[in-house]
Design a protein around this ligand. Structure first.
Ligand code: HEM
Length: 518
């Protein structure tokens, strides 16, 4: 018994008490030991040292693809980092990418949950951020079948050619004033106008979308600590980040509601179109048509789904295409021989025409090589949109646990000297005699990802890139403005964020091309 007077405890009390507590703790101790045992038996990929709580988050820097590439030189093509408590598998060579995106695509086809996707895409009800499953399959097939397949992309040919002509006219006006053209703004307008007209039937230029969309980009580029350390989620509430994001999302939502209402007003009570114009054939019209017929099927397209899908097309389709065009003109200005070669090809195919049309593009092999080289050297998403493993698995002999996030460093792969000669040089010629393509079958070049979560917008993006670039170089000779501005033109500094583009706007002087008299 306990002797409260002298402070000693009788052994007849201690022994049974100890036995009691050990018997209570026994299962927990066994569990811990077995966990430790199985952990040591597991063959985990190499990892750089990490800090408690934040893991490796502090080491990522602004240009994550560069940091991860240099880590891979020490830790190998498959390594595990820790972002807070989340294990992140980083993939840095083509063999490992093939294993993840092809051989085990069924395991790695989930997307991790992200706060910002929830805020801007209606609880991740779009294609890009939806978890893998029935819902994702339905919405992806709607986008592919009705907007992004090769055949559907053809339907918007007139829109693209008109917008390319408008762009050329704008450059022509600037030639008179001898002012440098802001190619970043020019390409931003043309890519946004093309996507807007195809998706919502109206032009983007000057629209209320401009401000909120550029803020959306900023929010997507920001680190949200609560995504990796859930108990710190309050930080985003206290510092006002979530509040500001919700405010921007509300502005976008109001705009999207207005767009859907506008389209609904064009229809009668039965949902049939009563008025013509551009509006009849855009993506929103198609979604309303599907909504009309989907009441009899198991998948209903409601207004929220429509708005999430429209936002996806804006979010995924505009900034990426703009980045390719900006980098293409940057590299062409830095490499006058390549510019000349491209202009010779474009001008000889288009002959006397004032504008390049989409038919002409088939004959432009150097143009296609230039765009591929840009996607290799400056992939707009240098790290593919993150994936997540849906079950425990083994990759190249390493054990990977369910719930591990996966970052594929597409830029590290497409600049890896084991596959590419002089990988950091801009050499479009390398593609003239090569069968390597960008469609996700050749894992040394995967700017659009691969497998079931691969980009469905390849056909849409490639034709916009080719048409706009060909028209930009056909009618004009481009030079670099002298002095400080010239340095800016050649600058290769990159922005941070999901899509990486030039840090500084691209400025260049245009002069109308004078045809030789031969
Ligand atoms: C040069 C332009 C583009 C590039 C470089 C690009 C790149 C990518 C990449 C890397 C992914 C993730 C792939 C993966 O996880 O394996 C992706 C997904 C996606 N892209 Fe693109 N993209 C471009 C243009 C477009 C366009 C024009 C659209 C539509 C209008 C689009 C719509 C999407 C969608 C909806 C997804 C999500 C697919 C899914 O999760 O199932 N993209 N894109």
């Amino acid at each position: 018994m306990m002797n409260f007077l002298n402070g000693t405890i009788s052994p007849w009390f201690i022994i049974p008490m100890l036995a009691f507590f050990i018997s209570l703790a026994f299962p927990t101790i066994l569990n811990l030991l077995s966990k430790l045992n199985s952990k040591s038996a597991k063959n985990l990929p190499p990892s750089p040292p990490k800090l408690p709580v934040i893991g490796n988050l502090h080491q990522l820097g602004n240009l994550t693809h560069h940091t991860l590439q240099s880590f891979a030189q020490t830790y190998g093509p498959l390594m595990v980092l820790h972002f807070g408590k989340v294990p992140v598998l980083v993939v840095s060579n083509a063999e490992a990418a093939r294993e993840i995106l092809k051989n085990q695509d069924h395991v790695f086809c989930n997307r991790p949950h992200r706060k910002m996707f929830d805020i801007f895409w209606y609880g991740s009800r779009d294609v890009a951020s939806a978890p893998y499953g029935h819902y994702w399959r339905q919405v992806k097939s709607i986008c592919v079948l009705h907007l992004l397949s090769g055949k559907k992309v053809q339907r918007f040919r007139r829109v693209r050619e008109e917008e390319a002509m408008i762009m050329v006219e704008k450059v022509m006006e600037s030639c008179g004033s001898l002012k440098a053209v802001n190619l970043t703004d020019l390409f931003s307008d043309v890519t946004n106008d093309i996507v807007c007209r195809s998706v919502i039937g109206r032009r983007y230029e000057g629209s209320v979308l401009r401000g909120p969309m550029s803020m959306l980009e900023e929010f997507l580029g920001a680190s949200v600590i609560g995504d990796y350390i859930p108990w710190l989620d309050w930080v985003g509430r206290v510092n006002g980040m979530y509040g500001r994001a919700k405010c921007v999302a509300k502005q976008l939502d109001e705009f999207l509601d207005e767009v859907v209402d506008e389209h609904v007003r064009m229809r009668n009570h039965d949902g049939d179109v009563v008025n013509g114009g551009d509006m009849q054939n855009d993506f929103v019209d198609i979604l309303l048509e599907i909504q009309k017929t989907s009441s009899t099927t198991d998948f209903q397209v409601d207004r929220t789904i429509m708005k999430a899908l429209i936002m996806d097309m804006f979010g995924a389709g505009t900034d990426t295409t703009l980045a390719v065009l900006e980098w293409a003109m940057t590299e062409l200005l830095r490499h006058p021989n390549a510019m000349q070669k491209l202009q010779d090809e474009v001008r000889s195919v288009a002959r006397a025409k004032t504008h390049v049309t989409e038919e002409d593009l088939n004959e432009m092999t150097y143009l296609k090589a230039v765009i591929k080289e840009i996607l290799r050297l400056h992939p707009p998403s240098p790290i593919l949109i993150p994936r997540e493993s849906m079950q425990d698995t083994k990759v190249m002999g390493y054990d990977i646990a369910v719930g591990t996030q996966v970052l594929v460093n597409a830029w590290a792969i497409s600049t890896d000297p084991s596959y590419w000669d002089q990988p950091l040089q801009f050499q479009p010629e390398r593609f003239l005699k090569s069968s390597i393509d960008i469609k996700g079958h050749d894992f040394e070049l995967i700017p659009f990802g691969a497998g079931r979560r691969g980009c469905p917008g390849i056909a849409f993006a490639m034709v916009v890139n080719e048409l706009v670039l060909a028209n930009t170089v056909q009618q004009f000779d481009w030079t670099v403005p002298a002095g400080v501005v010239g340095d800016q033109t050649f600058c290769l500094s990159e922005t941070t964020g999901l899509t990486v583009h030039r840090k500084l706007p691209l400025l260049a002087l245009a002069s109308p091309h004078v045809k030789s008299s031969k």
